[in-house]
Design a protein around this ligand. Structure first.
Ligand code: PBG
Length: 323
């Protein structure tokens, strides 16, 4: 045999030398849930090890993460049911939980990269990402609310705004509004190919944000479609997105690969709540090795072409020195 591929696997030194994909702390974005109150840290039942933090504890958590070398955070609010309405008005109210959280993280830790979520669902009494009129999620009227949210986040100090709503035209609409309001330096990380997925279940538990009626299939993508992601990506690129995101990650590695081959923008992937829950649940049952499974998942997402990975595993990976 002339070719013996095993020679390049014979020692740890050689294996490391020929390793094609690297994963570092710089690739990781940590999603964090914020909730009203003082000294609150409540675990999400379906996401062991992940908590909803009141702002005081959120600041402590961010500080701990920064010390571990984790520098990018994506914030999500758990909004009290009594504050939700049809137009998500709490989302843009001065002094709201979310806007305070963004501002306080940036004030205390200017070096942290704060990513904010734009979509109506945590604030909507309908539990949808856009306005619901007679059972339909209306697109263009929703854009105005999303743009107000984006500007409020920028005013509070957001570094990157991530619209997760899947309304048509929102990247261009938000870009224009942000530019006009003096926020041309604020980035847009578009949820470009966001699929109507079962894997968001635990996240909706965390925020109590599940749709009250129907599903999200008229705006989130059909899990059977790959080519359609190219249309979304072309539009986001033309409309001024700085990052293209694929979500969830594991069942859509082909889409991550496709977008990273076809577009020169950085690709982000969201390793979502249900993907985290799968690993945690099996590890807790002793059915797989937690460290190896977690690292294999993250490495697979990197290998497919994602530079930024939003993952609930981010902190434990650094805390346990798994990298
Ligand atoms: C909603 C939103 C969702 C997630 C992020 N933003 C859920 C949904 O679309 O219903 C899911 C994240 C996760 O599951 O970890 N705009």
């Amino acid at each position: 045999m002339l070719r013996r591929p095993r020679r390049n696997r014979k020692s740890a030194v050689i294996r490391d030398m020929v390793q094609e994909t690297q994963l570092t702390a710089a690739n990781l974005i940590f999603p964090l849930f914020v909730i009203e109150g003082n000294n609150v840290k409540s675990e999400v039942t379906s996401m062991p090890g992940i908590f909803r933090y009141s702002i005081d504890n959120l600041l402590r958590e961010v500080e701990t993460c920064l010390k571990l070398g984790l520098q990018a955070f994506d914030l999500f609010p758990n909004v009290d049911e009594s504050l939700k309405d049809k137009y998500a008005s709490e989302a843009t109210r001065k002094g709201s939980l979310y806007l305070r959280a963004i501002a306080q993280v940036k004030e205390n830790f200017p070096e942290a990269c704060v990513i904010t979520d734009v979509a109506m669902d945590p604030y909507s009494s309908d539990g949808h990402d856009g306005i619901v009129e007679n059972g339909t999620i209306v697109n263009d009227e929703t854009l105005e609310i999303l743009a107000k949210m984006a500007v409020a986040h920028a005013q509070a100090g957001a570094d990157i705004i991530a619209p997760s709503d899947m309304m048509d035209g929102r990247i261009g609409y938000l870009r224009k509004e942000l530019d006009q309001q003096g926020f041309s330096h604020v980035s847009l990380m578009s949820y470009t190919a966001k699929y109507a997925s079962a894997f968001y279940g635990p996240f909706r538990d965390a925020l109590n944000s599940a749709p009250k009626q129907g599903d999200k299939k008229t705006y989130q993508m059909n899990p059977a479609n790959q080519r359609e992601a190219l249309i979304e990506a072309q539009l986001d690129m033309q409309e001024g997105a700085d990052f293209l995101m694929v979500k969830p990650a594991l069942p859509y590695l082909d889409v991550i690969k496709l977008l990273s081959d076809q577009f020169d923008l950085p690709i982000a992937a969201y390793n979502v709540s249900g993907e985290y829950a799968m690993v945690k649940a099996s590890a807790r049952n002793g059915w797989l090795d937690e460290r190896r499974a977690t690292m294999e998942v993250l490495m697979g997402i990197r290998r497919a072409g994602a530079t930024a990975i939003l993952t609930y595993h981010a902190k434990e990976v650094l805390e346990n020195r798994w990298l």
